[in-house]
Design a binder for this molecule. Structure first.
Ligand code: ADP
Length: 494
């Protein structure tokens, strides 16, 4: 059992109230994985004060030196990958190979942003005036609150923390209530990498209490949030009221199109991985399969057969392909959607119920589920379910496929399987989403490309790649006049 603590100003400590909360294994809720501080606004305030103090020094550390710490974080993550991956599978349930991938994404992220320490490019440009020099530089923002979900307990905090730090900001991580131990492990790595006190802080607790306290705190300059659309909207409202920069990554209702000319075996592998990987609990999960009528029956039969062979179990069991749902509340939500599906006239081809047989009966497992006869207007085709559930929608043409794909309030990931290069390029042009895969599933982002979505998925920002630097820095335009006289711009000098 793990005892998590807050990490403030380089010190591990309990919540001021000393109250604690519990994190349990979703594959066996009798197993206590960790206790963690039930922090309140006093703890949040302490972390903000520490981060504010540290910021004044950290912003002046040359970026290549800041990057050396980031590089060390990557090395330590790599060294402790197996231990951390095991803890992740235990605490949030995903299969061990996926947990290793989650940690590896943190490693990749560290090495990528360590490199950024020697770039952080600005522009030099011309001036309207003689003997005048013009350039742009990136400035850090200040204290950043990073509010993260449980489904990528290492990758997502790394996506946010590492670029924030290399840019010269200080951070406070508020991890999800379901994965405190993973967050603790990660912050121990930051500590061991030697980051100065106050540069990185960790506050555990409930989102609506300590998360909200951070979002409201006047000493926080920026909030980077990944989570549900509902919470994101709330966080966004507070940030707009308090004039904070806010980056929101929220829901998705991602679709994979399979055209009649597609390689069906390939499309099948993509659909299985996209829909049922991480038990469908990814914001990029495939929750709609848009199938051309000419291949729909054949593809559905193939999908049914393969789905029936998927092995459900604890993430720590190396044979497992589908782990548990994160907690009882989310399991109930997925089950409620089965009622919605039935009442709307969708047909449950397989699954639709909890999985309770054998050693998994004490866990929150749900059978991989295929809903047929779904139409684009149904709630199960429009709302994010966040479980191993995929809806089949039949279409008659490529144009209809793209229209149906776009007919959603979200716009995160998308995929089209076709052998027709013209269709592939039309899809790249016409799909309203932040990410489009051609002949690949909707999941599998790489850290050096921008990540984020359009419409209600986000608020116009991107994570990852060089794009995230625009989240964690402000641009400053610098003019140097070496003419020795007043030169007036914004005046008609002609
Ligand atoms: P999920 O459905 O993925 O749990 P949430 O949006 O509820 O999504 O949670 C994502 C993160 O937001 C978690 O770290 C959670 O603690 C935090 N959170 C929840 N409510 C609030 C809030 N009112 N203010 C700030 N953070 C919150």
């Amino acid at each position: 059992m793990y005892t998590c603590l807050n990490y403030i100003d380089g010190q591990w400590m309990p919540a001021q109230s000393e109250a604690t909360l519990e994190s349990r294994n979703p594959a066996n809720w009798h197993e206590l994985v960790a206790t963690f501080p039930h922090s309140d606004s006093t703890d949040a305030d302490k972390a903000v004060q520490a981060a504010r103090r540290a910021y004044q020094k950290w912003r002046l550390v040359p970026a290549p030196n800041r990057a050396e710490f980031i590089y060390r974080v990557g090395e330590l993550l790599l060294q402790r990958k197996e231990e951390l991956a095991h803890l992740m599978s235990l605490e949030m349930g995903k299969p061990i190979t996926e947990s290793r991938g989650d940690v590896q994404e943190g490693v990749d992220c560290a090495f990528y942003y360590a490199g950024e320490g020697r770039r952080l490019f600005g522009q030099t440009t011309t001036s309207e005036m003689p003997n005048k020099f013009a350039m742009t530089v990136r400035m850090p923002i200040g204290v950043c609150a990073l509010i993260t979900p449980w489904n990528f307990p290492v990758a997502i905090p790394c996506w946010k923390a590492l670029p924030a730090l290399v840019c010269g900001n200080t951070i406070i991580l508020k991890p999800a209530e379901d994965t405190p131990a993973c967050a603790n492990f990660l912050i121990q790595i930051f500590h061991d990498a030697g980051l100065p006190p106050g540069v990185v802080n960790l506050i555990h607790g409930l989102g609506e209490e300590v998360g909200q306290a951070l979002v409201e705190h006047p000493g926080v300059d920026l909030v980077s949030f990944t989570g549900s659309s509902q919470t994101g909207a709330h966080v966004g409202e507070i940030c707009s009221r308090t004039h904070k920069r806010v980056c929101l990554e929220m829901g998705g209702k991602n679709a994979q199109v399979v055209m009649e000319d597609a390689d069906l075996e390939l499309a099948l592998e993509g659909a299985l991985w996209g829909a049922f990987g991480t038990a469908g609990q990814r914001c990029t999960a495939t929750s709609r399969l848009i199938l051309h009528r000419d291949i729909k029956d054949k593809f559905t039969a193939m999908l049914l057969e393969s789905t029936g062979k998927l092995r459900i179990g604890a993430g720590t069991d190396p044979d497992t392909q589908i782990g548990p749902i994160i907690n009882g509340v989310q399991l109930q939500r997925v089950m409620d959607y089965m009622e919605v599906a039935r009442s709307e006239g969708a047909k449950i081809l397989t699954g639709g119920e909890r999985a309770t047989e054998g050693p998994i009966k004490k866990g929150f497992f749900f059978q991989p589920t295929i809903l047929d006869q779904v139409t684009p207007d149904m709630r199960v085709a429009r709302e994010e379910i966040f479980g191993p559930v995929v809806a089949l929608i039949e279409i008659n043409s490529f144009e209809e496929a793209i229209a149906v794909l776009n007919d959603t309030p979200y716009g995160l990931s998308s995929s089209v399987y076709t052998r027709d290069v013209n269709r592939a390029f039309q899809a790249m042009r016409d799909i309203e989403a932040g990410i489009t895969y051609i002949n690949g599933p909707t999941i599998g982002a790489e850290v050096h490309l921008p990540f984020g979505g359009v419409k209600q998925t986000g608020n116009g920002h991107r994570e990852a790649g060089s794009a995230v630097l625009d989240v964690f820095t402000e641009w400053k335009s610098v003019y140097v006049d070496f003419s020795g006289r007043l030169q007036r711009a914004q005046i008609d000098n002609h």
